[in-house]
Design a protein around this ligand. Sequence first.
Ligand code: PLP
Length: 367
Amino acid sequence: MSTINFLDLKTINQQYRTELINAATRVIDSGWYIQGSEVSAFEQEFYDYCGTNHAIGVANGLDALTLTLRAWKELGKLKEGDEVIVPANTYIASILAITENRLVPVLVEPDLATYNLCPKNTEAAVTPKTRAILPVHLYGQLADMPAIMDIAERHNLLVLEDSAQAHGANINGIKAGNWGHASGFSFYPGKNLGALGDAGAVTTNDDELAKTIRALGNYGSHKKYENLYQGVNSRLDEIQAAMLRVKLRHLDTEIAHRRAVAKAYLDGITHSDIVLPSWENEESHVFHLFVIRTSLRGLLQQHLMEQGVQSLIHYPLPPHHQQAYRDWNKKNYPITEAIHAQVLSLPMGPTITEEQVIRIVDLINKF
Ligand SMILES: *Cc1c(COP(=O)(O)O)cnc(C)c1O
């Protein structure tokens, strides 16, 4: 019996081995490794893909979020102490970007069916200090952006999408990254569009914001040796941009494969103690993760492991239970806590085979 890994990055990247080596060779032979033609070409290919006017390459997904909020502060649109609404069940990075800027995260309970920001709870959390909403397209599913943008317009709020898990997800053809006023993307190797190291980008249609983020990530400099801001060094490397240009060409094919795997799980799993992901809008989910929910999680995970199938938990501990945010440890978010106690992610990725999915479905139904 062979084991089925949760995600096999080696197999994924070996599909494109020749193309990746050619791209790496091109960079090595160019003699130009920071802020050159690979980065500008990738930025253009990525904003074309997302449908936005700009993409700004940065060092990673956390920086994409942090620098966008920082840019809004520099532009006078946010100030220290302003409240930012964010789902309580997100990955910690969404919250780190807020607190790093000395803004105040207001955690709201997600919608239990989609695990995404609940518009009703979002509206209820708006106070006179609220200045922004940070929806997260968790597990690869677009949040309810039409409803969130409607709330933002009525209350005059900025919207920063966390699109780290949702490259290519769309509603009515409008993709992740083109709904809010700006969006942060991660190209961490395990993401749906993954580099061979750390990388990230911001997309936006706002020219002034794009310019400011670009400067902030380059020591605060618009022009060589002239510094407008006390910036940081957060740039996308030429070599990673070259890898990403290869990977972007295959992204839609990989998404189609993920959706086919998801469909096989959804059609196949019939166990009555398992809640499957709700997938209403055909294009809104790119299945970065295939997440099921069950009160028997521990036993199911063990059962799968004994049969050689690796599953993971995204995430075991919610942000408000982390030591890093110990002031919040006594707060109660029952929906978020139920999610963290019950979710399990099944193997998912662009190289998982039909036979593997059939074996996993069979194991689950016999559990
Ligand atoms: C991965 C991830 C990030 C951070 O991206 P990095 O590139 O790892 O810094 C932020 N938000 C979410 C939801 C993520 O999944």
